[in-house]
Design a protein around this ligand. Structure first.
Ligand code: PEP
Ligand code: MG
Length: 602
């Protein structure tokens, strides 16, 4: 990470004061860097003063952005010209605006007279024009206001370099956005950003999960941070404490650099233990598995000590590409996973699209659902005519790959026995086709289900007789048990893994699995919380699947208590009626055994 540059604000503006904001820390670690702001619907024009020496540069930037906008409009016009006369003329009018002296000359004057950046000057010039439109009586003319805004937005995008791709922050930037789609987050990790901050979001939003998987420190649920931060502001992000500091003083930066150093040292100590077995202090083995999105995460999973992959979120192959994957791609991706895991077990979940995990083909289908989290998503989509061809080609690809290593197939969001039977029937049909075609696959392949809705938890006794394993998806199980949207920051206070209702459901699922002689893994983010893990062990779980980066800390925690102690903890909390009482007891246990390093106070 590069050291912070000197603040870019000048004496022409008041130095901006240090401000501290609290949100939900969803991916641990400290980042110190410059803000890269992504506005909500429209982009926000940064407002900076500039030095007199920079005036020519700002004017040149504006000129370049105007000319790029003109070229883009020319292209659009060429496409529209043959199709629609009136649109063609609108584009003409927009191009004329790009040369309008009221816009261009005035913006240049603002830059040189008021020493402000091109974006701010452009906004002021646009505001001027817009105020004239607002004042006129004629409705048609008043509506032309939106044309000016349209042109402004385009030039602004070019000024901010946002036209080349959806998001292009410089490396080491801290991205500040109202919200980020999981696909955006996946792309941002490739851009090597230092941290992520969002106004919206919850602890188990998929954005948070991806941030953790790629070890990008992140804080979400900051409500109005995008209103407070400007591009290039210096920021400190503490993903453990859920704190953001805008325009920190030099003393604060030094304090956080020291904390960053201590965290790195603590992580290094944990990593030295990674080869040790994951045994409780009484010697009971706990399987430490990784949750991943694709083959490129295997190296990290092994590095952190995973003994297998408990969840592959295969839908990411649909989300990050414009082309729908074909059978061969599923085959190759699964084969590569199995080969890299070299004989260790891999559980592949069939695609779980919908709600916040949107793919291009779903956007195009435009389902128009009022409640996508309760809608045609996940296994429901696979079993509907819209998703069936994708489901079948995925199952064919996976089954063919099953010859390359120990693979398990898992269906997400199963609501009950009927739906499980339906999904199994499709799988059986695919197997029959492969046999008829003489294509080999693992005839003994294990088939399991995610338990992530209360109906499945309540039916777990019967479900356990019709599948080979359970994987408890607590991220969704909490959402559907508590009726709390997992990505909604306004109700995140209710999103509580230690809610007594949830613990009862997990206990029920674990004992039904045990009675039927099948394994139950936890693959929700709850498994990665070293404070909570004793509760899971006490409830009878022995298989934990999590973001790979959490494995060293969870493993170190497991080695510090016995199964009998974990069971005593569960017995103690079993009759506690509120989350607060449960949390107090669980944290007391964790502190007494030093399960986690004391975090810096937020
Ligand atoms: C879950 O719901 O807990 C889970 C692991 O699945 P996802 O987070 O992908 O919905
Ligand atoms: Mg889920």
């Amino acid at each position: 990470m590069s050291p912070p540059k000197a603040p870019s604000t000048t004496s022409a503006s008041e130095p901006r004061r240090e401000q501290r904001r609290n949100g939900l820390g969803v991916s641990a670690g400290i980042a110190i860097g410059r803000a890269y702001l992504i506005g909500r619907d429209t982009l926000k024009a940064p407002r900076h003063h500039v030095e007199a020496d920079d005036v020519d540069t700002e004017i040149a930037r504006l000129k370049k952005a105007l000319s790029a906008s003109d070229k883009q409009l020319e292209k659009i016009k060429a496409k529209l010209a043959s199709e629609n006369e009136s649109d063609y003329h609108i584009i003409d009018a927009h191009q004329l605006m790009l040369q309008d002296e009221h816009l261009v000359d005035r913006a240049n004057t603002y830059i040189s007279d008021e020493l402000i950046c091109a974006e701010w000057a452009l906004r002021k010039a646009v505001d001027n024009i817009v105020s004239v439109f607002d004042a006129v009586e004629d409705e048609y003319l008043r509506e032309r206001r939106s044309d000016v805004e349209f042109v402004f937005e385009r030039v602004l995008r070019n000024l901010l370099g946002r036209e080349a791709g959806p998001l292009s922050p410089p490396p080491d930037a801290i991205v500040v956005a109202y919200d980020l789609s999981p696909a955006d987050t996946a792309l941002l990790h490739k851009a090597a950003v230092a941290g992520l901050l969002t106004d919206a979001g919850g602890k188990t939003s998929h954005t948070a999960i991806i941030a953790r998987a790629h070890e990008i420190p992140a804080v979400v649920g900051l409500e109005d941070l995008t209103e407070v931060v400007e591009t290039d502001d210096l920021l400190i992000l503490d993903g453990t404490a859920g704190v953001v500091i805008v325009n920190p003083s030099a003393a604060t930066v030094a304090e956080y650099r020291e904390e960053q150093r201590q965290q790195a040292a603590a992580a290094a100590v944990l990593m030295t233990n990674r080869a040790e077995p994951a045994l409780t202090s009484c010697g009971v083995p706990i399987a430490m598995l990784a949750n991943i999105d694709g083959p490129d995460e295997i190296d990290d999973a092994l590095e952190y000590g995973a003994v297998g992959v408990g969840l592959v979120r295969t839908e990411y192959v649909y989300m990050t590409s414009d082309q729908l994957p074909e059978e061969q791609q599923h085959y190759e991706s699964a084969k590569s996973l199995l080969e890299k895991m070299a004989g260790r077990p891999v559980t592949l979940r069939t695609f779980d699209l919908g709600a916040d995990k949107l793919a291009r083909f779903l956007e195009e289908a435009d389902l128009g659902e009022a409640n996508p989290a309760l809608g045609l998503r996940s296994i429901r989509l696979c079993l509907a005519s819209l998703g069936m061809p994708l489901f079948v080609s995925q199952l064919r690809g996976l089954l063919r790959a099953s010859m390359h290593g120990p693979m398990r197939i898992m269906f997400p969001m199963i609501s009950g026995v009927g739906e499980l039977r339906e999904a199994r029937a499709v799988l059986d049909g695919v197997k029959a086709d492969l046999r008829a075609e003489g294509i080999a696959f693992d005839e003994g392949i294990k088939v399991g289900i995610m338990i992530e809705m209360p109906s499945a938890a309540l039916m777990s006794e019967m479900l356990a007789h019709e599948c080979d394993f359970f994987s408890i998806g607590t991220n969704d199980l909490i959402q559907y048990t508590m009726a709390v949207d997992r990505v909604n920051e306004h109700v995140s206070y209710l999103y509580e893994p230690l809610h007594p209702a949830l613990l009862r459901l997990i206990g029920e699922i674990a004992s039904n699995a045990k009675r039927a002689g099948i394994t139950a893994t936890i693959c929700g983010e709850m498994a990665s919380d070293a404070v909570i893990v004793p509760v899971l062990i006490g409830l009878g779980l022995r298989d934990l699947s999590m973001s790979a980066v959490s494995i060293p800390e969870v493993k170190s925690a497991i080695r510090k208590f016995s199964v009998a102690e974990a069971e005593a903890l569960v017995a103690e909390i079993r009759n506690l009626p509120t989350v607060e009482e449960v949390r107090t007891a669980v944290e007391r246990f964790a502190t007494s055994r030093k399960l986690v390093r004391a975090a810096k106070a937020g």
